[in-house]
Design a protein around this ligand. Sequence first.
Ligand SMILES: [Zn+2]
Ligand SMILES: [Zn+2]
Length: 151
Amino acid sequence: MSNISFELSIPLDKDSFIELECEYCRNRFMISGEEFQNGDFMHLFCPICGLPNQLNTFYTTEVIEKSREIARQWAYDYLQKSLDASMKAINRGRFGKMKMQVPKANPNKELFEPSNSYVMVTVNCCDLKLKVREVDNQIGVYCPKCGGCHI
Ligand SMILES: [Zn+2]
Ligand SMILES: [Zn+2]
């Protein structure tokens, strides 16, 4: 049971952007989901505070919670299946019928919609599009790829 990986689809908006959250400043922004998955960078600079961090620290709280929930659901299903199997074995014996049910975890697997309204910004240095809140755009953003400042 140790090598199970869960498939979690992270929600993208209509432009296929993924919402991310900076671990340091807790601000949110969006970049292209494809860029996030296939981009040739190990670190991402937060466009708002400019601090670099590893890619996997940028998942939003909702996504992390959802991945836990899916893992929990998987464990329930697994448990139910092995219970069913042993119940069948018992029912085949002379001990009368038994039935056991594992309570279902929340089956709602929908992910959240992006929580803010964003404006699209293009940073010229790396020719990268990102979305930030209007207020962050007015203050100026950092390029997620190279950390360059854009005001
Ligand atoms: Zn930040
Ligand atoms: Zn750049």
